[in-house]
Design a protein. Structure first.
Length: 178
């Protein structure tokens, strides 16, 4: 259902998704309220993660909840180390209905700030590592399409154009890595 309070999810083609978000310098009540709104949007979608730019907020912030471990927030996150390779059928709330197998590092070490302002380092692999890479990309104006191989991107863009013309309830499209 469409939301009227400015918290609708921005989709592919919206320029806000292509620009880099600004560092969070002030953790205050407004930021806490923002995270609450982000969780609401993410759970309603539903999705595993949501980055600020996806609701038009150009701040380096994302929220996530993977494997029902509960809600988490990360501010100003960076990938410190990455290793390995892992193929995952990746989706994005801003590219609804399209899932594409993308090869990315399997393990990452991410550093950022928690909502209480403390520096945190999180080691992640597989799904959580993928989520971190995907959400941090959003904060840098990078989308799934930018992580695809050239032929795969061409194919995925064509499929997405078709999807956009169909009703939202259409079957999702899954593209394999060939
Ligand atoms: Zn996304």
């Amino acid at each position: 259902m469409a939301q009227s309070n400015g918290t609708e999810i921005r989709t592919f083609g919206d320029p806000v998704l292509k620009s880099a978000a600004a560092e969070v310098t002030n953790i205050d009540g407004k930021l806490v309220t923002l995270t609450e709104m982000m969780f609401k949007v993410m759970y309603e979608a539903p999705g595993l993660g949501l980055a600020g730019p996806q609701i038009g907020v150009q701040k380096q912030i994302f929220v996530y909840d993977v494997d029902d471990e509960g809600p988490h927030v990360l501010l100003n996150p960076v990938i410190v180390e990455s290793s390995g390779e892992w193929v995952y059928d990746e989706g994005c709330l801003s590219i609804p209905g399209l899932y594409v197998e993308i090869l990315r590092p399997k393990n990452v070490l991410v550093r950022g700030l928690s909502l209480d302002g403390n520096t945190v380092e999180i080691e992640a692999d597989e799904l959580l590592a993928r989520l971190f890479q995907h959400e941090i990309d959003h904060l840098n104006g990078v989308l799934m399409f930018d992580r695809m191989l050239p032929d795969q991107r061409k194919n995925a863009l064509a499929e997405y154009r078709l999807l956009e013309q169909k009703p939202q309830s259409s079957e999702p499209i899954h593209l394999r890595l060939t």
